[in-house]
Design a protein around this ligand. Structure first.
Ligand SMILES: [Mg+2]
Length: 186
C-alpha cells in the first residue's frame, strides 16, 4: 500500500532537476503539478518557470500541467508560459501543441495523467511527472504508471488542509528514505 505513495525520486526543488539527463534516458514529456511545484500556490508563472519551460522546449520535451485547481488558474498559467516563448512575427506559436493543461484533474486518479499523455502522444514509459504532494501528485503518477518525481513544496504559507496532510507525508517520506537509504539530492 505504502509503495504506491513512494516517489521514484526526490529533489529539493523542481529547478535543480537535470532534465537533460531524463531526455537522454528517452523521456519525451514532463507533466507538472503547478501549485507549490513550479510557483507558490495560485501565483502566476514567473521568470524561473518560463525559463525552465523554454529550456524544456529546446530539449524537445512536451509539457503538461496536471492540476486539481480550476480552469481559470491552470489555463492562465499555461497561457503566460506560451506568451513568453519567442515566436516569429506573423507566425503561429509553435509551442501550442506541446504545452497543454488538464484542470480539475482528479489526482490521485490516473485519468488526468492519461488524458495528457494522449494529447501529447506519449505513453507510460516516456512520460514523467513532477509534483509536491504524495497523496495527490505522486500517488496519481504511480497509479498512471509513469515516473514519479517528488519535489519540496515552494510555499512557506500553506493552507491548513495541506499542512495537515504534510504530517503523514513526513512519516511516509521518513520510511521511504530509511528503506532506500536515500539522501536528499541537491
Ligand atoms: Mg502542488
Amino acid at each position: 500500500m505504502l509503495r504506491k505513495l513512494y516517489p521514484r525520486e526526490y529533489y529539493t526543488s523542481t529547478y535543480i532537476i537535470d532534465f537533460d539527463k531524463y531526455r537522454r534516458m528517452g523521456y519525451k514529456a514532463v507533466l507538472f503539478d503547478i501549485d507549490n511545484t513550479l510557483v507558490e500556490h495560485d501565483a502566476p508563472a514567473n521568470d524561473a518557470a518560463k525559463k525552465l519551460m523554454y529550456k524544456l522546449m529546446q530539449l524537445g520535451f512536451s509539457v503538461g500541467y496536471i492540476s486539481n485547481n480550476d480552469e481559470e488558474r491552470v489555463e492562465s498559467f499555461r497561457q503566460a508560459v506560451l506568451d513568453s516563448m519567442p515566436v516569429e512575427e506573423g507566425k503561429e506559436n509553435p509551442y501550442e501543441d506541446r504545452i497543454i493543461y488538464i484542470h480539475k484533474a482528479g489526482k490521485p486518479l490516473p485519468k488526468g495523467y492519461r488524458a495528457a499523455m494522449e494529447r501529447l502522444n506519449t505513453y507510460e514509459k516516456n512520460t514523467m511527472f513532477v509534483g509536491d504532494q504524495l497523496f495527490t501528485d505522486i500517488w496519481g503518477a504511480n497509479n498512471a504508471k509513469i515516473r514519479s518525481v517528488l519535489v519540496q513544496p515552494i510555499a512557506k504559507h500553506e493552507e491548513i488542509q495541506i499542512v495537515l496532510k504534510r504530517i503523514p507525508e513526513k512519516l511516509i517520506l521518513f520510511l521511504y528514505r530509511r528503506k532506500h537509504k536515500l539522501r536528499d539530492r541537491g
